[in-house]
Design a binder for this molecule. Structure first.
Ligand code: GLU
Length: 385
């Protein structure tokens, strides 16, 4: 195995803050972004070799590491003769079919140097939504770990259609922490962490998951056309619902993962709130993607966030998407902050007819009434403070 000097601290850096307590973490999910894996269509084996080294060291210390790796599209599009990652569905799927095996070949070769096997799992939304498939994914994952194999997971991009799409690997990695009951999520990309707004661009070292960070979030997407800081923060919030902290850090620097695990203040750590959610609410939060959006007014926002109330039709301003009853939706305020996610009691077209109206009018407007709430409080998980 290659030797490397321990990471040194630049001389005039501020003295270290108390280390983050990650010493007890025994199982972690590490999400590696497309920008770390490939740049302008080419794989980056040097950077990935450093990461593989870090994973190997952690494994020798008794940690189980699950990788969620992006970059199938980013490392496959060139082989299709394209000059940038395609945005249309079919060329993306074709690029992913090529890039996925190229990436895996690189990982297999780099891990083989450390006499380690890798196993590939390609997941789709159904593997999370369907309880049996969820359990089957979990069992496979645990079996690989028990046998000392490093699981490498990606979305099954070559075959995912838009009905069953997870969409971005930040989200997938949060789901995988749940599938694997991991204790930590590390999201490695090309950004150093959540940057404080303003010219200094200082990385915010620690964020309580409930705090409002909207002003620090830039809207850009990653090179692969998905993800970006919005997706990372939302993944961190999901993982927090499971009691799992998330660290968002730059994955292009060697040794980052080991330094993070040693408790150094690298990147931004999202600290979960206590107490944890009930099993049912976790399941709501950890199901795959939302199928639509409900925009609510200020009164409903207060009712949800301050009084823990259900969402009623009167507070709904707009409905986006087309979804059946029982679907997961994002509940956002008029400034588009995601306040909560929940399962709807009515379908999108029914909610469109009911929006802004009182409960007493449901029967008259629809001709029937199942329940009075659009999203019942028991089916609602608050994300914002
Ligand atoms: N699964 C996609 C890929 O491998 C990437 C999704 C993402 O970057 O979040 O290309």
């Amino acid at each position: 195995m290659r030797k490397r000097a321990p990471p040194t601290r630049p001389p005039n850096e501020v003295p270290a803050l108390p280390p983050r307590a990650l010493g007890d973490v025994r199982r972690l999910v590490v999400k590696v972004g497309s920008g770390v894996i490939a740049t302008r269509g080419r794989l980056r084996p040097k950077i990935v070799a450093d990461l593989v080294y870090d994973v190997t060291v952690l494994r020798h210390r008794g940690c189980e590491v699950i990788l969620v790796v992006s970059g199938a599209v980013a490392s496959g599009f060139q082989s299709l003769g394209l000059s940038r990652p395609p945005t249309a569905v079919l060329p993306r799927q074709a690029a992913a079919a090529i890039g996925q095996h190229k990436m895996m070949a690189m990982f297999a070769r780099l891990f083989a140097k450390h006499r380690t096997e890798v196993g590939q799992l390609l997941m789709s939304a159904d593997d999370i939504e369907n309880r049996q498939r969820f359990l089957s994914a979990r069992h496979t994952l645990l079996e690989l770990l028990a046998r000392g194999v490093v699981p490498i997971i990606n979305e099954n991009d070559a075959l995912s259609d838009h009905q069953a799409i997870i969409g971005d690997n930040d989200h997938l990695s949060a789901l995988v922490t749940n599938v694997a009951s991991a204790q930590l999520l590390v999201i490695l990309s090309r950004v150093a962490g959540l940057l404080e707004g303003g010219p200094a661009e200082r990385v915010i070292p620690r964020v309580e998951v409930d705090s409002d960070v909207a002003r620090h979030i830039r809207r850009e997407l990653s090179e692969s056309g998905v993800g970006g800081m919005v997706a990372k923060v939302s993944a961190a919030r999901l993982a927090a619902n499971w009691g799992v902290p998330t660290v968002i850090a730059d994955g292009t620097q060697p040794g980052q993962l080991l330094r993070i695990m040693a408790g150094e203040e690298i990147g931004t750590m999202f600290v979960p709130r206590e107490p944890k959610l009930s099993a049912r609410k976790r399941w709501i939060a950890f199901r795959t993607r939302s199928r639509g959006v409900l925009v609510i007014d200020a009164g409903a926002r207060r009712a949800l966030c301050e009084r823990g109330a259900s969402l009623l039709a009167s507070g709904v301003r707009a409905v986006e998407g087309d979804f059946p009853m029982g679907s997961r939706v994002d509940i956002v305020d008029e400034e588009r902050h995601v306040l909560a996610i929940g399962l709807v009691s009515y379908a999108a077209d029914e909610i469109r007819r009911l929006r802004g109206r009182r409960e007493a009018e449901i029967k008259r407007l629809l001709g029937y009434e199942y329940v009075k709430e659009i999203v019942h409080r028991d089916e609602l998980v608050l994300l914002a403070p």
